[in-house]
Write a new protein. Structure first.
Length: 100
């Protein structure tokens, strides 16, 4: 699996730094990609966060979100993927700084 980073060059919405995609290169998902990840600057500037693919829906006029990628049992399973995406974004930023 590789992680493709697409920077948010427009700066809209505020705080969104980039989008990320997971590209699968082996196994039953070879040749497929999973989209919908976003990298955000935390409010107050204390680090970064990754949001996962989700769908919005309404119940009695209230907007809710349904996560499309969820842990089966281990609730910390998303942390591993979140860390990999943040590492890929940091590497992207370092490459961009060298190129400019």
């Amino acid at each position: 699996m590789t992680i493709k980073i697409t920077p948010n060059e427009k700066g809209n919405p505020p705080g969104k730094l980039a989008d990320a995609e997971l590209h699968f290169s082996d196994g039953p998902m070879e040749g497929m990609k999973l989209i919908g990840f976003s990298i955000w600057e935390r409010r107050g500037g204390n680090g970064r966060n990754v949001t996962f693919p989700a769908r919005q829906y309404s119940v009695n006029g209230e907007r809710r979100t349904f996560a499309l990628l969820r842990p089966i049992v281990d609730t910390t399973a998303q942390s591993k993927l979140r860390d990999l995406i943040l590492e890929a974004f940091q590497a992207y930023e370092e490459r961009a700084a060298i190129a400019s």
